[in-house]
Design a protein. Structure first.
Length: 186
């Protein structure tokens, strides 16, 4: 299982429910359980492997939920709360909405310097995890009109994301060793 280096405050079940209400979405049960138990942070040696093509990526952070930002959009002012601002799932969700470069049915739940980790909330692939970056796609911008005639997998592939796992649990349990990750480059 994932090891987290950052000690972030754990949300109550009600905080996760408030996030869902404010964001107008419903998170998969396994991801909600993770938020309540661990709430995200910087990861240590987390190299998930795709269950689809055996590709391996490095993930440095998983985002969490913070009551303070759900009550109001506030500017964090000290080091401890600056960590919360970086990991804040609600802020990431709002930023993703504003960029309009992803389908509305996905949320960004994690990242590294070169990839983002997205979760589908689309009924067709509810809970599926995708990894990638817009610079890896044929197109760098999401096209809502094109998306009406493509599946979520196809649309995310256009903008640089590929399926990695069918659920958050499968994603979290797919980690390989650092040596296996480094060997994937050769």
């Amino acid at each position: 299982m994932i090891m987290l280096r950052a000690e972030l405050p754990l949300p109550a079940k009600e905080d996760v429910e408030l996030f869902e209400k404010k964001a107008d979405l419903s998170l998969p049960a396994d991801y909600k359980a993770f938020l309540i138990e661990k709430n995200g942070g910087f990861t240590t040696n987390f190299y998930p492997q795709s269950v689809f093509d055996k590709d391996v990526v490095e993930v440095n952070s998983i985002f969490g939920v913070f009551r303070k930002s759900l009550d109001a959009i506030v500017r964090f002012t000290d080091y401890e709360t600056e960590k919360q601002e970086f990991f804040d799932l609600y802020r990431r969700f709002r930023a993703l909405q504003l960029t309009l470069d992803h389908p509305e049915s996905v949320i960004c739940i994690g990242a590294s310097p070169i990839i983002d980790v997205l979760m589908s909330l689309d009924p067709e692939h509810y809970g599926r995890i995708y990894c990638g970056h817009p610079h890896e796609g044929e197109e760098q911008l999401y096209d809502e009109e094109r998306a009406e005639s493509t599946s979520i997998d196809e649309e995310l592939a256009y903008v640089g994301y590929r399926p990695f796992a069918n659920s958050f649990t499968e994603f979290m349990n797919s980690s390989v060793s650092k040596a296996e990750y480094e060997a994937s480059f050769s």
